[in-house]
Ligand binder design. Structure first.
Ligand SMILES: *Cc1c(COP(=O)(O)O)cnc(C)c1O
Length: 364
């Protein structure tokens, strides 16, 4: 068998270690995962009820047009229903964008380090990568704009950025958009949108009227707590949604995912509660990091990239021994750092205790 050579150059995604795996491997019973930016508070109970109501119709294909969720989400976001595209996670929309717009002879501009899937999918399509280093952990939009040329098809902006947690401000983003030629698709990945509290964060949906070359990606995996169901969405001009529909699989979001997403969307009180608890967790963790003299990037997400000044993989393994799964910064382009998902207050307490013991001797 002879695969296409270039797919072998696309890295295989390395997920955060599953809890069951760690329990078995290390013989532990109490394991917590602060590695994949999952919601420590679960999801809305209404989403669980909505799934239970669907269990009698598993023999029937899902609604391929995602109509009810489409109408409700369009109303919620104040956009037209045909400005929405749904994916099996927003990961799938990233794949659809690459498939629809990138090929050999084109190039694509992104930050580095940023979310791994922009790069992987661009490699699969044979596009040239133009990766622009973050500046102080933030997208360098000036350098990104300067990297665009006639062969550029897609620019990726992860806002807030994973893995640094930082944001691009409204003023900087508007200045950037004004410089991007109309033939370039600007992808704005807002997976952590609902967690952001900074007033300078741009509200981007109103920009769609003026910028028909913009697509915004959001997801039900993060604050809505439905990562297991795989459902995310894109908001864009009808033209872009039309292009993506040509490469979308027929039934790409499941009946259970659609039902749960509708119920979760309707429960905004849950979202607000999680945002508040997350901010409290951010304070809890960063107060201790500061006391220890550890540097971290200011985060508008549910994770923190903290500089532990030690081999990331070593510290990762030592935390694992204590039943705590985090994400080693080494794999994410930040050697010497850990990316830690903000957990519940008790989980954060456990993490701090474990991290304190692992780092004892080198902390203030
Ligand atoms: C988690 C994440 C996604 C993917 O989320 P899905 O579960 O596929 O919807 C996309 N972008 C960023 C930056 C993420 O952190």
């Amino acid at each position: 068998m002879q695969p296409k050579q270039r797919i072998l150059e696309a890295p295989v995604y390395q997920p955060g270690k599953p809890i069951e795996d760690v329990k078995r491997e290390l013989g532990l019973t109490e394991v917590i995962k602060l590695a994949s930016n999952e919601n420590p508070f679960g999801c809305s109970p209404k989403a669980v009820e909505a799934i239970q109501k669907q269990l009698g119709s598993l023999a029937i294909y899902p609604d391929g047009g995602t109509l009810e969720l489409r109408w409700e989400l369009a109303k919620f976001l104040n956009v037209e229903p045909d400005q929405l595209i749904f994916g099996n996670g927003s990961d799938e929309i990233i794949l659809m964008i690459a498939r629809a717009y990138l090929e050999k002879g084109t190039n694509t501009v992104m930050a580095t380090p940023t979310f791994s899937q922009y790069r992987s999918n661009a490699i699969v399509e044979g596009a040239e990568l133009r990766e622009i280093p973050l500046k102080d952990g933030v997208h360098d939009l000036e350098a990104m704009a300067a990297a665009i040329d006639a062969n550029t098809r897609v620019v990726w902006i992860c806002n807030p950025n994973n893995p640094s947690g930082t944001i691009v401000s409204e003023a900087d983003f508007l200045a950037f958009l004004a410089k991007v030629p109309g033939h370039v698709l600007v992808v704005l990945d807002e997976a952590y949108y609902e967690y952001v509290v900074a007033p300078e964060y741009p509200q981007t949906i109103p920009l769609l009227d003026k910028y028909p070359n913009l697509i915004i990606l959001r997801t039900f995996s993060k604050i809505y707590g439905l990562a297991a169901l795989r459902i995310g969405y894109g908001i864009a001009s009808k033209e872009i949604v039309g292009h993506l529909n040509h490469v979308r699989e027929p039934f790409n979001t499941s009946t259970l995912a659609q039902a749960a997403a509708r119920a979760a969307l309707a429960d905004q009180a849950f979202v607000e509660k999680c945002r508040d608890l997350n901010r409290a967790g951010y304070q809890q963790l960063t107060a201790q990091f500061e006391a220890w003299g550890l540097d971290f990037y200011p985060s508008q997400t549910n994770f923190i990239l903290v500089n532990i000044n030690r081999d990331s993989d070593d510290v990762f393994r030592q935390l694992l021994q204590q039943g705590i799964i985090v994400r080693s910064g080494k794999a994410l382009g930040f050697p010497g750092y850990q990316r830690i998902t903000i957990g519940s207050a008790e989980q954060n307490e456990r993490l701090l205790k474990a991290l304190g013991s692992v780092l004892s001797g080198v902390l203030k």
